[in-house]
Design a protein around this ligand. Structure first.
Ligand code: IPM
Ligand code: MG
Length: 348
């Protein structure tokens, strides 16, 4: 199922041609349906996650999403906003608790990052972000406290929620370099203390994985100081949101970061970036995060590793050939969204 959403999500529509191309050549019988989510859904139906989208999403094998959000929706009540009422509702409704955000550096892109080339070089890490709990979904309210307007967001995690996401992270580490860094704020937060207890208990059952624990503030620093020290980072929802934007700079641009939000084999695949209203509709956004998200869709939901690899190789070829959108350009002329898509299609 395709959910372009709004903002730059709509600029990527040509990108789905790459999925069709790969599917045809690999003999995968792909049936695409499209639906509305976020701002465009609100504009057309009055709901950012309409009933029809809910029904279709539940019938799909996997979902490819563009982006949601925008300043024109900021004044709406939360349940009608593209973020809370759209994408967060979708994640919760489909129980997509495991968000995987791989961060990989392309040697040819090292100059695009504000970090030093030798710091970045060879970084290959995976952020495993819990996606359906924490402050995002905890009780929220406003109240009057002694005449002062007060806002409250509660951070809630139970043992089972922590254990199921930790299980995904341990498994990922076992398939990679067997190093797991669990990130929390256990010096201050009770949820983090439980988080650390659960991960520590599980570490005993995974003697092959080297586990360490970092406070989130320290992790932010270590990520830009020595990103190579990381293999798998496991963290809760809000910390993962913040750390993954930061890690985007390691890859040269957030426009390079795909993501998978999984519940078993079923998944929603979306770029790690937002709707970028300032550049939407201008044909300048980088479609690579969205195209690499499609590669993850083939890998995780459809179990078509060869198709996934072909898309990733095509992206790499185009990067190596020097083609750049504005966000990753260094000392050259950028190309637009459609042209970048065409380059990737021809490389396929
Ligand atoms: C992300 C985004 C979303 C999030 C927004 C759009 C609600 O920033 O996927 O990282 O905070 O999870
Ligand atoms: Mg984010």
């Amino acid at each position: 199922m395709l959910l372009p959403g709004n903002g730059i999500g709509r600029d990527y529509r040509r990108g789905t041609k790459s999925d069709e191309a790969v599917a045809i050549e690999e003999g995968i019988d792909l049936t695409l349906t499209a639906g509305l989510i976020g701002g465009s859904a609100y504009d057309k139906t009055g709901s950012p996650y309409p009933e029809e989208t809910q029904q279709l999403a539940k019938k799909a094998d996997a979902i490819l999403l563009g982006a949601v959000g925008g300043p024109q929706y900021d004044a709406l009540p939360p349940s009608l906003r593209p973020e809370v009422g759209g994408i967060l509702a979708l994640r919760k409704d489909l129980n997509l608790y495991a968000n995987l955000r791989p961060i990989k550096t392309y040697p040819a892109l090292a100059c695009a990052s504000s970090l030093k080339v030798d710091v970045l070089d060879g970084t290959d890490l995976l952020i495993v972000r819990e996606l359906t709990g924490g402050i995002y979904f905890g009780p929220k309210r406003r109240e009057d406290r002694n005449g002062i307007e007060t806002a409250i967001d509660e951070m809630v995690y139970d043992r089972e929620e922590i254990a199921r996401i930790a299980k995904i992270a341990f498994k990922a580490a076992e398939g990679r370099n067997k190093k797991l860094t669990s990130v929390d704020k256990a010096n201050v937060l009770e949820t983090s203390r439980l988080w650390r207890e659960v991960v520590t208990e599980m570490a005993a059952d995974h003697p092959d994985v080297a586990v360490d624990h970092l406070y989130v503030d320290n992790c932010a620093m270590q990520l830009i100081r020595e990103p190579k020290r990381f293999d798998v980072i496991l963290t809760e929802n809000t910390f993962g949101d913040i750390l993954s934007d930061l890690a985007g700079e390691i890859a040269g641009s957030l426009g390079m970061l795909p993501s998978a939000s999984l519940n078993g084999d079923f998944g929603l695949f979306e770029p790690s970036h937002g709707s970028a209203p300032d550049i939407a509709g201008k044909n300048i956004a980088n479609p690579i995060a969205a195209i690499l998200s499609a590669a993850m869709l083939f890998r995780y939901s459809l179990k078509e590793e060869k198709a996934a690899k072909r898309i990733e190789d095509a992206v790499e070829k185009v990067i190596e050939a020097g083609w750049r959108t504005a966000d990753i350009v260094y000392d050259d002329q950028p190309i637009g969204t459609d042209e970048m898509t065409e380059k990737i299609l021809s490389a396929l």
